[in-house]
Ligand binder design. Structure first.
Ligand code: NAP
Length: 244
């Protein structure tokens, strides 16, 4: 199945590393005009070296005003990937207000903000569009020391469904992908210790964690017109972890 994004304009958040970086590069290879948002200029420099057609945007999405100002210059967008996310591990009884705010600001509030700006444009142009939120299996399964992360991803799943409900009449589809562990920088931070990783890995029927490309392929499918009738789903990319 060939997927082409020729003529489409895509915005990917958290495009400096990991899943977001690979998504931005793959979208560009498939013909999309890609705008890449992240907060480290060095990562954007590397991305532009690898793919000079990518438009770099450096902003901390936790900063509402800075994000608002930046998004005014981005122009019309057909495809949005809300991928930027952060994690912070601690036992539930040790969660601090700062950790709560940081995770909700990036993992939920920034998704609301970026999606509002992009979807308002899609609605005004009457062009429709597709939005994919990068959630996690942690939205549906309790993971030790992940109280805030699980809570933000659970919120993101419901946000995805309500956005699908309200934006569907404007032909804007909204879905999420919900990966299991992926050994990106974030994945290594949480799951490098085999004593922590093996009990989770042993519950994946396919017997492995996800590769970055497993996630990117599902994101591309949901962005593309191959999934034209799919709206409001939270798609596990988890080798069957959530089925058991
Ligand atoms: P990653 O390797 O840590 O990359 C995250 C990217 O997002 C980085 O470029 C980071 O920039 C950027 N970012 C984070 N906070 C930002 C902010 N406030 N403003 C702008 N950019 C920001 O993470 P990943 O593993 O690719 O994760 C991508 C998404 O997949 C996240 O939503 C994550 O929750 C989800 N996910 C990951 C896994 C996993 O095991 N890795 C599993 C399920 C779901 P800096 O590096 O400069 O901060």
């Amino acid at each position: 199945m060939e997927i082409s994004f020729v003529g489409k304009r895509a915005l990917v958040t958290g495009a400096g590393k990991g899943i977001g970086r690979a998504t931005a590069l793959t979208l560009a290879r498939c013909g999309a005009k890609v705008t890449a948002i992240t907060r480290s200029q060095a990562d954007l420099n590397g991305l532009m070296q690898e793919c000079p057609s990518i438009i770099p945007v450096c902003v901390d999405l936790a900063d509402w005003e800075a994000t608002e100002a930046t998004l005014q210059d981005v122009g019309p967008i057909d495809l949005l990937v809300n991928n930027a996310g952060c994690s912070s591990l601690q036992p539930f009884l040790e969660v601090t207000p700062d950790q709560f705010d940081r995770l909700f600001n990036v993992n939920v509030k920034a998704v609301v903000h970026v999606s509002q700006v992009v979807a308002r444009g899609m609605k005004a142009r009457g062009s429709g569009g597709s939005i994919v939120n990068v959630s996690s299996q942690a939205s549906k399964c309790a993971l030790r020391d992940h109280a805030m992360y699980c809570a933000t991803k659970g919120a993101l799943d419901m946000l995805t469904k309500v956005m699908a409900l309200e934006l569907g009449p404007h032909q804007i589809r909204v879905n999420s992908v919900n990966p299991t562990v992926v050994m990106t920088e974030m994945g290594r931070m949480a799951w490098s210790d085999p004593d922590k990783a093996n009990p989770v890995l042993s519950r994946v029927p396919l017997g492995r964690f996800a590769e970055v490309d497993d996630v990117v392929n599902s994101v591309l499918f949901l962005l593309s017109d191959k999934s034209n009738m799919t709206n409001g789903v939270t798609l596990p990319v988890d080798g069957g972890f959530l089925a058991c």
